[in-house]
Design a protein around this ligand. Sequence first.
Ligand SMILES: *[C@@H]1O[C@H](CO)[C@@H](O)[C@H](O)[C@H]1NC(C)=O
Length: 264
Amino acid sequence: MLLLLLLTNAFVLLPWAGAGRIVGGREVMPHSRPYMAYLDIKSGPYSYSCGGFLIRPDTVLSAAHCVAMKWAVRVTVILGAHNISAQEQSQQKIPVGQWVIHPEYSSAGTKNDIVLLKLKQRAMINKNVQCISIAKENERVEEGAECSVSGWGRISTRCDMTSDVLREVEMKVQNEEICEQVFHNYHCQSMICVGVENRNKGTYKGDSGGPLVCNKKAHGIVSYGPQGNVFPEVFTRISHFEPWIHKQLRRFALQDTPGSKSSD
Ligand SMILES: *[C@@H]1O[C@H](CO)[C@@H](O)[C@H](O)[C@H]1NC(C)=O
């Protein structure tokens, strides 16, 4: 309860409200989305959570707005979770050592909303914790594609709507014009317009930073949505950022080579 109230305050500082709203979501089979990461974030007086996803044993991808705060931010990643409130054997809690926010991230208009989080230790890969492939530069997801998005949906304005367990909803990639009409900052190269039209039953809010998965690959990152409405939503378009992501991964790998290990 306290967390939710604090959270509401934190949102005021952000350009988005209700990002990652999950419509008609349902609980997933436990551990059927082994790439999902729960981000436990502390920033100044605030505690909140985001979603993310494992792309390398030591790297999680998420939304920049989750960590781009005024105060110092501390992030712990929880992998292998289903019920985030339970003490599950499958869970691996790993602190984040450093992260790289996209240099052109801008909270105004939520542009380039992407961050790479480098874990302090590599995750142990097993049946509950696995990486997901990301879309390549030339793999642009098109209108009509059927995708899904999952999250713990802890972010809610109504306490009775929170969920401890991982939920998922199917979503369809929409015509860019729909988002262009609603969001004047919509940029079709770097964003994906997604939503489920005319379906209001069972509205939940998922965590920002979670993946939009189409055909078993991560194509988008939950970024922002309209205030007081459930349609449409904007996701960060991963294919556009793929060259940048790989550059950062090479940089991370370089830091790990013997002789140049950093102190964290
Ligand atoms: C999650 O775990 C907590 C703590 O064990 C429990 O109280 C809660 O009922 C669980 N939630 C679900 C949906 O199973």
